[in-house]
Design a protein around this ligand. Sequence first.
Ligand code: NDP
Length: 267
Amino acid sequence: MIAEQQLNGAEVAHQEKNVFSLAGKLALITGGGSGIGFDIAQCMIAAGANVIITGRREHALAESIAVLGKSAQYVVNDVTELNTLEGLVEQIETNIGPIDILVNNAGINMKRPALEVSDDDFQRIVHTNLNAVFSLTRACAKRMIARQSGSILMISSMAAYYGIDRVVAYAASKSGVEGMVKVLASEFSKFNVRVNAIAPGFIETAMMQTAMNSDPDRMNKALSRTPMGKFGKPDDIGWAAVFLASEAARYITGASLPVDGGNSVGF
Ligand code: NDP
């Protein structure tokens, strides 16, 4: 009996060793041609997944595929063209395979005092960061629900948690995403489809560089507000995405995981 228990224990330990693996999974990552999305793709491939990255700039996607290798493919797509998203998902599922993991990563920002933000600017940011996330998530989720399996990740922002000056539309859009995560997680749980967010802090990408350039003092302020004393790297988000998409996170849904060097405890 003891020997049998030990054997079962060893088997469980052996199985559990693989819970971080994404082998056999197909991930769709929007905005995967650069920045955080590219590193999410790289980390997911390292964990065994095949990935499809999307974006508007074909040359950036092609260059990324050259680095990512044969486990990656790209599709040129602008997420703001909402009427293309159902077709995008259908095309991928028909030609490549079922999407197991959706990463809503594509996003834009603009730093400007609230009173200088036009209606067009506000709508453009919310349309990309929130409306498109909903439309693409709906297209993927209905297929995941039919298969009773799937994991959906939103790349949110700590801007959803705090009042960071001059990002009114961005903060509104990311707060909307955080709310959406909770509702979708609740509705989809019974179908074995999990929905979670990652809330990055200051991550070294083109988006952060643009924000810092617009306010030279901001770099020092941002660092002083980061208890770990350094900015994050895109793969810090990539590994968190692997975890949340994997079997290791099978009992996690409706969560928003800060990956921020302690910003969320250091303000
Ligand atoms: P980048 O600007 O470096 O990359 C954004 C990516 O999104 C690009 O690949 C871009 O590709 C794609 N994208 C933008 N608009 C569209 C669109 N309409 N359709 C399809 N793809 C689009 O940004 P980051 O990597 O820094 O940001 C990635 C995510 O992380 C965003 O959601 C952002 O809000 C979030 N985030 C980033 C933080 C940071 O410090 N960097 C902090 C908190 C959150 P293309 O131009 O080819 O379309």
